[in-house]
Design a protein around this ligand. Structure first.
Ligand SMILES: NC(=O)c1ccc[n+]([C@@H]2O[C@H](COP(=O)([O-])OP(=O)(O)OC[C@H]3O[C@@H](n4cnc5c(N)ncnc54)[C@H](OP(=O)(O)O)[C@@H]3O)[C@@H](O)[C@H]2O)c1
Length: 311
C-alpha cells in the first residue's frame, strides 16, 4: 500500500485522440481497399456469368448486356465510397465537427452576453421603482410637512369582474363617466402606460400627459412627457396637488402600491376582456363615497361612482 509507486507509461487525452483518429482512418481505408477488391472480383464474375455461363443472355437494356449496367451501378457506389473516405471524412471529420461546435458555442455565448445586458438594464429600472416604493413613507412626510399634500389618485372604470379593456380599447361608452373623468382630471397631470396613450386618437386638452415606456426613443407629440418608470412619472408631477393615474392594467397594478385615492366607476355588468383592474383590498382601502347612476337612454349599463381612500 505504501510501497514504491510503479512507473506506468501514460498518454494525455490529445495523444489518445490522435491515435484513435489514425486508427479510424486506417480502418476506413482498409474497408475501401476490400471494397475495391470485391468490386473487381464481382465485376469479373458478372461478365463470366453472362458470357460463359450464359446467365441472362437475352436480357438487354438499350441494346447493351445487363452486366454492363450492374457493373456501372456498382462502380458508382464504389466511387461514392471513395468520395466519403477521402473528401467527406477528411474535410468534415472530427476537426471540422470540433470547429463547428466551437463556432456554435461562441455564438451562444454572445447571445447570453446580450441577454445578460438586457436583464441588467431591466433590473436597474425595477430597482428604481422599488427604491421609490421603499422610500414612499419618507417622501410623503416632507410633502405633508411642507404644507404640500399630494393626492395621488387612480381613476378607473371597471366592470363587476374588474374588466377594464379589450384590444387596447375601452369596452363601453358611458358619457356621464367620461364627463366626470374630464371634470376631475382637468388641469392636472395624467399618468399612463404607453398602450393607454396609444389608445387615444390624440392628447386630451388641458392636461399634462406623462407617458411611461421602456422604449428609449419613443416619439410623442409636443408637450407630452415620456418617462421610463412610474417613479419618474410621479416625480414629474410633484408640484401637482392631485396627479391622476389613468391606466391601463399594467400601470394600475404598480400604482396601487402608492396611490392614496381611487376614483372608481363600477360598471354593473361583467364583460369579456383582456385587461383587468387589480382587486381592491378593503383592509387597505376604505370606501368614502358611493353614488349610483341608473341605466338610461344614454347609458347602456348602470354604474356607481365610488371613492376609496387609503386607510
Ligand atoms: N377602463 C379604464 O378605466 C381604462 C383606463 C385606461 C386604460 N384602459 C384599457 O387598458 C388597456 C391598456 O392597458 P395595458 O395594461 O395593456 O397597457 P398600459 O398599462 O396602458 O401600458 C403598458 C405599457 O407601459 C409601459 N410600462 C409598463 N410598466 C412600466 C415600467 N415599470 N417601466 C417602464 N414602462 C412601463 C410599457 O410600455 P413599452 O412597451 O413602450 O415599454 C408597457 O408596454 C386598454 O385596453 C385600455 O383601453 C382602461
Amino acid at each position: 500500500m505504501f510501497g514504491k509507486k510503479k512507473n506506468t507509461p501514460s498518454i494525455d487525452s490529445e495523444q489518445l485522440e490522435l491515435i484513435q483518429n489514425a486508427q479510424r482512418r486506417i480502418k476506413q481505408k482498409k474497408r475501401l481497399y476490400v471494397h475495391f477488391v470485391i468490386f473487381l472480383i464481382g465485376s469479373i464474375f458478372l461478365i463470366l456469368a453472362n458470357t460463359v455461363l450464359g446467365i441472362g443472355e437475352d436480357v438487354k437494356f438499350f441494346g447493351k448486356e445487363w452486366f454492363l449496367f450492374a457493373i456501372f451501378i456498382w462502380l458508382f457506389l464504389f466511387l461514392y465510397h471513395v468520395f466519403n473516405v477521402f473528401i467527406t471524412n477528411k474535410f468534415m471529420g472530427k476537426d471540422w465537427e470540433k470547429s463547428q461546435l466551437e463556432k456554435l458555442v461562441a455564438k451562444q455565448q454572445n447571445r447570453i452576453e446580450k441577454l445578460k445586458k438586457g436583464f441588467e438594464k431591466e433590473e436597474k429600472l425595477m430597482a428604481q421603482s422599488q427604491v421609490y416604493n421603499q422610500a414612499k413613507p419618507q417622501t410623503k412626510v416632507p410633502l405633508e410637512k411642507s404644507g404640500h399634500k399630494q393626492d395621488l389618485t387612480i381613476i378607473v372604470a371597471a366592470a363587476e369582474n374588474d374588466a377594464i379593456g379589450k384590444n387596447n380599447q375601452l369596452i363601453w361608452h358611458l358619457s356621464d363617466d367620461l364627463k366626470r373623468f374630464k371634470e376631475l382630471t382637468n388641469g392636472h397631470h395624467i399618468i399612463m402606460g404607453r398602450k393607454t396613450f396609444e389608445s387615444f386618437p390624440k392628447p386630451l386638452p388641458n392636461r399634462k400627459h406623462v407617458v411611461i415606456s421602456r422604449q428609449e426613443n419613443y416619439k410623442v407629440p409636443e408637450g407630452v412627457i415620456v418617462v421610463n418608470s412610474l417613479a419618474n412619472a410621479i416625480d414629474m408631477a410633484k408640484n401637482d396637488s392631485q396627479p391622476f393615474i389613468i391606466g391601463g392594467g399594467e400601470i394600475y397594478k404598480q400604482a396601487m402600491l402608492f396611490a392614496n385615492k381611487i376614483e372608481l366607476t363600477r360598471v354593473h355588468h361583467s364583460f369579456e376582456a383582456d385587461t383587468f383592474f387589480p382587486k381592491i383590498d378593503t383592509s387597505t382601502w376604505k370606501e368614502t363615497q358611493n353614488r349610483y347612476h341608473d341605466k338610461d337612454n344614454n347609458h347602456e349599463y348602470a354604474f356607481s361612482f365610488i371613492t376609496y381612500e387609503r386607510k
